[in-house]
Every structure is written in structure tokens, then in C-alpha cells.
Design a protein around this ligand. Structure first.
Ligand code: GTP
Ligand code: MG
Length: 333
């Protein structure tokens, strides 16, 4: 899952099926001259559904699906036979997919659970056959209903990432590099700020075929809540992660200060972000020798009273197993 295929926004056009016509039919049989009306009802048009699928992580599979169309209902027939219902269409989407009406921008619904099924576009009702319209004054109605039309609409599907762990840090903190060493994702990495413009997801393979998902998002700077840098709009992607991993590089002059700014920007975005479990990771520790590390540790123990932190280096692959163990424990406790 690299930047290219992480599609979190698609526009599609959906149309449900038209209902089938009711039938106008009079019963005919040998030796019965005037049979009664026996026209059956039309079948309903097909619905277009969205279905949650926990095995999907992006909307990539819908990127080129411009028009999704359900089937027409079949027409009613003689002998009160009802037309077949139109074929329903099922669009599978990842959990956390939000559906908007493109015209009004209104949120229609959200898919949050595996197997959850919601109708996006309802098929037209089938028309009633003439059998329904017989009465004491009209024994042979030559009237039946047409099927109702289906509906058509443009919708926007947007994905709120449902990763387990969200990476939070200043630009250049080493977030994408960490993602690239913990997962098979190949995000863009560079020594300038705001290399990452869109979130990247990666799956961490953990002992015994277990796994969890990490989301790498663009860097946050002081004032992000007021729109500085790339703003904080993309924080919605980590809004529902259960755990936040704060990354501060070891060569930062004021590690606690930078951590506080990050926490503050998250709070301004949504105070509930602070209810999540947090882990602080000091990145790029290959730049430290043992002596400096011991000194720094003493300092951090004072400034971060009680807040857990770890030293890692993505480049030198130090502390990564401990990090995975710690995250796994936090996610499963
Ligand atoms: N020495 C050292 N450098 C690192 C390490 N991890 C990342 N870097 C370097 O730090 C720079 C920034 O890395 P990125 O992973 O792109 O940082 P980021 O946090 O994703 O940055 P943005 O996407 O801009 O927010 C790159 O030049 C990396 O090579 C590390 O463990 N040790
Ligand atoms: Mg990055």
C-alpha cells in the first residue's frame, strides 16, 4: 500500500433498477368465454447496496467504477405471475467509508462494521397487475400500473482510515521511514518537510501470523489547527485509531516542548484525541552513542514523568522489535 494506491476518495454514479410493469391480462381458457383479470405484478427494481468488508483497506477497486447499475424488475404476466425482482448490486467498501450526496454534500450514512449492508439507491417498486383493480363495477379492468423508476445519483465515498496505530510527529520526524521498516509499504521518504502529503497505510506482520495496521500521515506543526503547514484536516485519518504513536527525533533541542506542541494541536482538533493510548518514541537514535543516550535518558525521565517512551532507529533497525511488542500489548490490553 503505497501513496499511489491508497485511494481514500472516489466519486461514483449509481442507479437502481426500474420496477417491472404490472400486467393487464384477462384469463383465457377453453370453454370459459370471459375469464376474469389475472395480470400479475411487476417485480421491484434492483437496489444498489454498500457492504462493509474488513478485508478492504482502500477504495482503490472503485477508482475506475464510474457507473454502477442495478437490474430492472421483470414485468408481471398472466395467471397472476409476478415479475422477477431486478438484480441487486453490492458494492464492497472498507470499514469507515462515509457516503455523501455529491450535490448537497450531505452525509447519508457510514459503514462501520463487517457485513453491514445499507441501501444506497433503492429500486423502483413494481407496478400492480390488473388483477388488483377488479371491483363490483369493473369486472374486467384493462388497467395496470407501470413500474416506478429507479433513482440515480452521484455519490462521494470517503474513507476514514481505521488503522490501529496512528503516527504523529513534526515533518521530517521519520514517520514514513518507520512505516517502511515495520511494514511492506513504500512511502516516499526525503530530508525535507512535508514529504508525505497523503496518508499511507501499512500492515505490520506480528508474531504467529497476527497483524495490525499503522497509518502514516503528513507532519504536524505548531499552528496546524489554524491551517499552518498542511493544516490538520488529515487528522481525521487517525481520529479513530485506538493508539497514537508520537515520534520526536533525538536531535530535537527541546523534546518535551515538541511533544507538548503535538499534543496541543491534537487537542485543538478534537479533545477526544487525548483519550487514546499514547506512546512516545524518540527516533533516529543511531545518532547517539551510549553515553549520550544515558544522559538523555536521565533528562527524559524527569521531563516525561510517567509518560512511557522508547528509543528507536529505523535506519539502524534498533528497538523495532521492542516497539512492535509494546504496540501489540497496548492494542490488546
Ligand atoms: N539517522 C537517521 N535518519 C532517519 C531515520 N529515520 C528517518 N531518517 C531521515 O529523516 C528524514 C525524514 O524522514 P521521513 O521518514 O521522510 O520523515 P516524515 O516524518 O515522514 O516527514 P514528513 O512526511 O515530511 O512529515 C529522511 O532524510 C530520513 O532518511 C533514522 O532512524 N536515523
Ligand atoms: Mg512522511
Amino acid at each position: 500500500m503505497t501513496e499511489g494506491n491508497f485511494v481514500d476518495y472516489v466519486k461514483i454514479f449509481v442507479s437502481s433498477g426500474k420496477g417491472g410493469k404490472g400486467s393487464t391480462h384477462l384469463h383465457r381458457e377453453k370453454f370459459i368465454e370471459k375469464g376474469g383479470p389475472d395480470g400479475g405484478d411487476g417485480g421491484r427494481g434492483g437496489h444498489v447496496y454498500l457492504v462493509g468488508n474488513k478485508g478492504l483497506w482502500t477504495l482503490f477497486h472503485l477508482k475506475f467504477a464510474r457507473h454502477i447499475k442495478a437490474g430492472y424488475g421483470g414485468d408481471g404476466g398472466g395467471d397472476r405471475s409476478t415479475g422477477a425482482d431486478g438484480d441487486d448490486k453490492f458494492i464492497e467498501v472498507p470499514l469507515g467509508t462515509v457516503v455523501r450526496d455529491k450535490e448537497t454534500g450531505e452525509i447519508l450514512f457510514e459503514i462501520t462494521e463487517h457485513g453491514e449492508k445499507q441501501i444506497l439507491s433503492r429500486g423502483g417498486k413494481g407496478g400492480l397487475g390488473n388483477w388488483h383493480f377488479r371491483s363490483s363495477t369493473n369486472q374486467t379492468p384493462r388497467y395496470s400500473q407501470p413500474g416506478l423508476p429507479g433513482t440515480e445519483m452521484d455519490v462521494i465515498l470517503e474513507l476514514k482510515v481505521l488503522a490501529d496505530v496512528g503516527l504523529v510527529g513534526f515533518p521530517n520526524a521519520g514517520k514514513s521511514t518507520l512505516l517502511s521498516v515495520l511494514t511492506s509499504a513504500k512511502p516516499k521518504i526525503a530530508d525535507y518537510p512535508f514529504t508525505t502529503l497523503k496518508p499511507n497505510l501499512g500492515i505490520v506482520a506480528y508474531r504467529d501470523f497476527q497483524s495490525f495496521v499503522i497509518a502514516d500521515i503528513p507532519g504536524i506543526i505548531e499552528g496546524a489547527a489554524e491551517g499552518k503547514g498542511l493544516g490538520h484536516y488529515f487528522l481525521r485519518h487517525i481520529e479513530r485509531n485506538s493508539t497514537l504513536l508520537f515520534l520526536v527525533p533525538v536531535d530535537t533541542p527541546d523534546i518535551k516542548g515538541e511533544y507538548d506542541i503535538l499534543v496541543n494541536e491534537l487537542t485543538k482538533y478534537n479533545p477526544e484525541m487525548l483519550d487514546k493510548e499514547r506512546l512516545l518514541v524518540i527516533s533516529k537514535c543511531d545518532m547517539l552513542d551510549d553515553e549520550l543516550r544515558a544522559e538523555l535518558k536521565e533528562e527524559l525521565d524527569v521531563s516525561f514523568k510517567g509518560i512511557p517512551y522508547m528509543f528507536i532507529s529505523s535506519v539502524a533497525q534498533q528497538g523495532l522489535t521492542e516497539l512492535k511488542d509494546k504496540l501489540w500489548k497496548m492494542l490488546n490490553d
